[in-house]
Design a protein around this ligand. Structure first.
Ligand SMILES: [Zn+2]
Length: 441
């Protein structure tokens, strides 16, 4: 199993199973409902953890919740604690709807404060950080490898947080003295204050995964400064930290203008909400499969409709009620060869679009068993279960059948619409009972 790592700029092999494989993914800063773009890393790394377990790895997957951050103070002056608590609940609620389970640990910065303060104190003691009027800054100039992750030269680096207290514009805050209007603070050797964002992640990763672990993940937008700073401060503290740095491509909104005019923002909640975007979880998951995790992905009505069409195609396969005993692999379809290819494409940089293509090939060959065994990796096992229509819908379909027999087409059309309004599609088929009911979303 190998994956592309930003740090080495190449594919890096994981140790042989069972590993262990520790994965740390930067989770959301909680001050509002998460955007559908932030659901992408969550989905990719939940899938990756599942796949690695299937391949025999012992995986510990940690994804944090950033509940102390400038953005939270700015969003709710004086009420940051309440907002962070509420938004953390929203995040759990919204991602739960994806049906992929949860990471093994979801630490919060507020629950890791002792470790964070201890790590800062260690950096100060080692000369890697300095105190200035209650703030503590990381001394970038003392860490020779700074820039190794983002491959930036020192003179090209932008000053992320200008402050007259810094000795070098590249230095960044590990600890910030409490400012007016901030309603949370912690006691520290440098006075009352709160940690910077980067040190929170370094401390949470080390607390749960130890000083050395396999994979650190996050969106491509986190390479600099967040991950560059995490790596620098953890290594300066004597830790090996993550070997592999996986950065997922970002989600681009091409239909956003249209949806904003409807008053909708593409939060994960809105995308899955029947009264807003109204996509089902299966469509969203399949949509994420269509792009390689390192590439950008375009979220638009068109691309979501394409994903929905594919979801329907898989559902269709399991509605066909294939007689497995009579099924023979058609020409060009060898399940054993394809099973190896499927493993191969996922083992080689977790290529989900190629895996999806193999599943479609299996679908065309009517190999329902092949598809059923593999859709579950991506949380799509629900596509393999055909839902029975409830009695009231069956009754409407029977009434429609009678109306058609009497050539009462206006009544038959009315009943078709009534069935559709209840979320079902009625199709005329020659086999008994003369119709087929298909669940629509
Ligand atoms: Zn982070």
């Amino acid at each position: 199993m190998r994956v592309y790592s930003t740090l080495q700029r190449t594919l890096v092999e994981l140790p042989a199973p069972p590993g262990p494989v520790g994965i740390y993914l930067c989770g959301p800063t909680v001050y509002q409902r998460i955007h559908v773009g932030n659901a992408r890393p969550y989905v990719i790394f939940m899938w990756l953890a599942r796949w690695l377990r299937l391949r025999g790895y012992e995986v510990t997957f940690v994804s944090n919740i950033t509940d102390v951050n400038d953005k939270i103070y700015a969003a709710a002056p004086g009420h940051s604690v309440e907002l962070a608590d509420r938004a953390a609940d929203w995040y759990i609620e919204d991602t739960d709807r994806l049906g992929l389970g949860r990471p093994d640990a979801e630490p919060k910065a507020t629950e890791t404060m002792e470790d964070i303060i201890a790590m800062i104190a260690e950096l100060v003691a080692g000369g890697h950080a300095y105190e200035a009027q209650g703030d503590v800054y990381f001394r970038v100039g003392r860490y020779g490898d700074y820039g190794q992750l983002s491959r930036q030269k020192p003179d090209q680096m932008e000053d992320q947080e200008p402050s007259s207290l810094k000795k070098d514009p590249r230095d960044f805050a590990l600890w910030k003295a409490t400012k007016e209007g901030e309603d949370t603070s912690w006691e520290s050797p440098w006075g009352k204050g709160r940690p910077g964002w980067h040190i929170e992640c370094s401390a949470m990763a080390a607390k749960l995964l130890g000083p050395s672990f396999e994979i650190h993940g996050g969106g491509l937008d986190l390479v600099f400064p967040h991950h560059e700073n995490e790596l620098a401060q953890s290594r300066a503290a004597g830790q090996e930290f993550a070997h592999i740095w996986m950065h997922n491509g970002l989600l681009r909104l091409t239909g956003e203008k249209m949806s904003k005019s409807l008053g909708n923002v593409a939060t994960l909640e809105a995308v899955l909400d029947k009264d807003q975007y109204g996509w089902d979880r299966e469509t969203l998951l399949l949509f994420f499969m269509t792009a390689h995790w390192r590439k950008p992905i375009d979220f638009s009505p068109e691309t979501m409709m394409q994903a929905h069409t594919q979801v329907d195609a898989f559902r269709e396969l399991f509605r066909m009620k294939i007689d497995r005993a009579a099924w023979k692999p058609p020409q060009g379809w060898n399940p054993d060869v394809e099973a190896q290819k499927f493993e191969g494409v996922l083992d080689n940089d977790f290529n989900t679009p190629d895996a999806l293509a193999i599943l479609h090939k299996a679908r065309s060959a009517w190999d329902d068993e092949f598809v059923r065994e593999r859709l579950g990796i991506f949380g799509l096992e629900s596509l393999t279960v055909d839902e029975e229509a409830p009695p009231e819908i069956v009754e409407l379909a029977e009434m429609r059948l009678s109306a058609r027999a009497e050539r009462n087409f206006p009544e038959s059309d009315r009943l078709r619409d009534e069935i559709a309004a209840a979320g079902w599609e009625v199709r005329d088929v020659s086999a008994e009972p003369g119709y087929q009911l298909v669940k629509r979303d």
